[in-house]
Design a binder for this molecule. Structure first.
Ligand code: CP
Length: 317
């Protein structure tokens, strides 16, 4: 593939191929020198116009593990403050010799624009655009679910029949959108839980169930519960009466967590607001996959870089 811009329209075969490649890369975890020559000579530019800890650092780590050269741009301290545009910033960085541009931007559609406006020759990977998509997050979530549920026999498998409840600020969540597309394409049954005010109007066109009651969704004993952060930075005005009311209805409190079967996985893309959408008891429990998701993000982003660079055959270069 030339670009990786979203999970909408991605086929199950394409998704499984990316997950399988990531699984091959994950074998590096046990090696003394966790590095491959696969992308030697390839230059990756991380363009982060919006803040990030996990995504930016794991793309950097992924590129370095594949022996690519990496440069990273962040909005702060750059010539954006002098009025430089997205196009001029991206073209300036590409002029330094990049092959792959990883972009995060607060505007939905920014990654698509870089990929399809004829401004650049580089491959583009979307690292999160506004409220639109965050495809590598959904891929690492799917990878984590598949690894936990299928273990050593995960290769080639989809998520048929797996039940996942996604809870919280669906309206502003690119993670939720990408997960709805990817998890349902892979055969999972997805239930979205949110107050009406944090539910997108198009939810009835998505292949998911919807309820405003978290407790009703938990009563179905889902195999995974994915908690989302309330994205205050994307909200205009108030979407619920008070944080206390939100927590009582939509938080994975210790009390709610203790009602879950021991086999139910607790997921969160991070960053977490402990004590708001998730209690520390839930976040730090054995059922939590939160740090595994971060680790798996590196393997998935290696697979994404490998795929957009048009590599075929052995992942070992
Ligand atoms: N999950 C996620 O995108 O985290 P960051 O904002 O830290 O990259």
């Amino acid at each position: 593939m030339k670009h990786l811009l979203g999970c909408e329209g991605m086929s199950a075969d394409e998704a499984i191929s990316l997950l399988d490649t990531a699984a091959e890369f994950s074998a590096l975890a046990g090696r003394k020198v966790p590095k491959l020559p696969t992308l030697r000579g390839v230059s990756v530019a991380n363009l982060f116009f919006e803040d990030s800890t996990r995504t930016r650092l794991s793309f950097e780590s992924a590129a370095k593990k594949l022996s690519a050269d990496v440069i990273t741009f962040t909005g702060q301290g750059s010539s954006l403050s002098k009025g430089e545009s997205l196009k001029d910033t991206a073209q300036t960085i590409e002029a330094m010799g990049t092959h792959i541009i990883v972009v995060r931007h607060s505007s939905s559609g920014a990654a698509w624009r870089l990929a399809h406006s004829g401004w650049l020759r580089s491959s583009v990977i979307n690292a999160g655009d506004g409220t639109h998509e965050h495809p590598t997050q959904a891929l690492l979530d799917a990878f984590t679910l598949r690894a936990r549920l299928h273990g050593d026999s995960a290769l080639g498998k989809d998520l048929s029949g797996v039940s996942v409840v996604i809870v919280g600020d669906i309206a502003h969540s690119r993670v939720a959108r990408s997960n709805v597309h990817l998890l349902t394409t892979l055969g999972a049954h997805v239930t979205l839980v949110a107050p009406k005010t944090l539910t997108p109007s198009e939810v009835d066109q998505w292949p998911v169930d919807y309820t405003a009651s978290f407790d009703e969704a938990l009563a179905t004993y889902p195999q995974a519960v994915m908690m989302l952060r309330v994205q205050n930075e994307r909200m205009k005005g108030s979407h619920f009466p008070s944080p206390r009311e939100y927590i009582s209805h939509y938080g994975l409190s210790t009390q709610r967590f203790r009602r879950l079967p021991k086999s139910t996985l607790v997921m969160h893309p991070g960053p977490m607001n402990r004590g708001v959408e998730i209690s520390s008891v839930a976040a730090d429990s054995e059922q939590s996959t939160i740090l595994e998701q971060v680790t798996n993000g590196v393997w998935v982003r290696m697979a994404a870089l490998y795929a957009v660079h048009g590599q075929e055959g052995s992942v070992n270069g």
